[in-house]
Design a protein around this ligand. Structure first.
Ligand SMILES: Nc1nc2c(ncn2[C@@H]2O[C@H](COP(=O)(O)OP(=O)(O)OP(=O)(O)O)[C@@H](O)[C@H]2O)c(=O)[nH]1
Ligand SMILES: [Zn+2]
Length: 295
């Protein structure tokens, strides 16, 4: 019996990485009856046959799972945002952060295209970066022209031994970033061939790449930026700095909106919580609140 992790699922086969061995496997016949569908990211036990192929005999319990891309046991979401082209948007970054916090996945923020930042914008960007860091978020910056080994050394400790999904709008530099980490990937970047190639009409499948000592899903996650799965009273838990203060609010279950003696609003007034974070909270709150009820 071997233990390993499914890194690819294709046409009924599962590819299980066990040490540095890749084993082509079938699922156990019983799985269908038991309604067990192994997912990329699952830790599994495999019985290896004489011909080197295997049968997955059991699937370990999952920490979590995403539907898009279909991956289990995600440790981290790497949010890639550009600082220019398109311009840096803290509102968009907070939208990603809320969606990721809601799934209880650890975010890592990567801000790209440092080389394109205009001098007039540098100061405000520096302020945002220091704000996000003081909220406790890990934040790294990137330019494709930085020496590859410098980038690798900065990122490797964050990726090693973790399963990560990448998130971020189109064109922010996700593929460029991964290519710098691993030149053998040769992901297409920024040109038309990319939208004509892989994807769209082919069967959707996901694969975990070994990069910088960790595993990274090749399909971006959190592509729908809607809060359709987040309930109004869950939103406040997606802002870690609010959670830290919530016990000091006068009312239990304070939503930090109209309630008096709210510790969160007090911290916004003193500047301990950045004003833009609270503003985004209110924006998202209104968005969820005005959502049409689902039946
Ligand atoms: N100047 C500059 N350009 C960059 C940088 N990173 C990426 N780009 C460019 O930005 C464009 C988009 O980069 P991609 O890596 O394709 O972006 P992506 O996020 O993978 O895009 P999608 O695959 O559409 O989601 C390309 O033309 C890149 O060359 C950077 O650090 N500096
Ligand atoms: Zn409050």
């Amino acid at each position: 019996m071997k233990e390993g992790r499914i890194i690819k699922a294709l046409s009924g086969f599962y590819y299980v990485l066990s040490g540095d061995q890749l084993i082509e496997c079938k699922g156990r016949g019983l799985f269908r009856k038991q309604k067990i569908t192994p997912l990329v990211g699952d830790r599994v036990k495999v019985e290896v046959q004489a011909d080197g192929t295997g049968t997955i005999v059991s699937v370990d319990e999952r920490i979590n799972e995403l539907i898009r891309p279909p991956v289990a046991n995600i440790d981290q979401a790497v949010i890639v945002n550009s600082l220019a082209e398109p311009d840096f948007s803290p509102l968009l970054l907070d939208r990603f952060l809320v969606l990721i916090e809601h799934k209880e996945i650890k975010p890592l923020i990567i801000l790209t295209k440092t080389d394109l930042v205009k001098e007039s914008k540098q100061e405000s960007i520096d302020q945002f970066m220091s704000d996000y860091r003081s909220l406790g978020y890990d934040l790294l910056t990137f330019s494709k022209d930085d020496p590859a080994n410098t980038i690798y050394e900065a990122v490797q400790p964050h990726l090693a031994d973790k399963i990560s999904v990448i998130a971020g709008q189109s064109g922010v530099g996700k593929s460029t970033f991964l290519n710098v980490l691993d030149v053998s990937l040769q992901l297409e970047t920024g040109d038309i061939s990319k939208s004509l190639g892989r994807g769209k009409h082919t069967t959707r499948h996901v694969e975990l790449f070994s990069i910088a000592g960790g595993l990274i899903a090749d399909t971006p996650g959190f592509s729908s930026l809607e809060f359709s799965e987040i309930e109004l009273d869950e939103l406040r838990y997606c802002f870690p700095e609010f959670v830290e203060l919530q016990d000091e609010c006068k009312f239990r279950g304070c939503m930090h909106m109209k309630e008096p003696k709210c510790a969160v609003k007090a911290a916004v007034d003193t500047g301990d919580i950045p004003a833009f974070r609270y503003k985004h909270y209110k924006t998202f709150y209104e968005e969820i609140n005005s959502r049409k009820p689902r039946y």
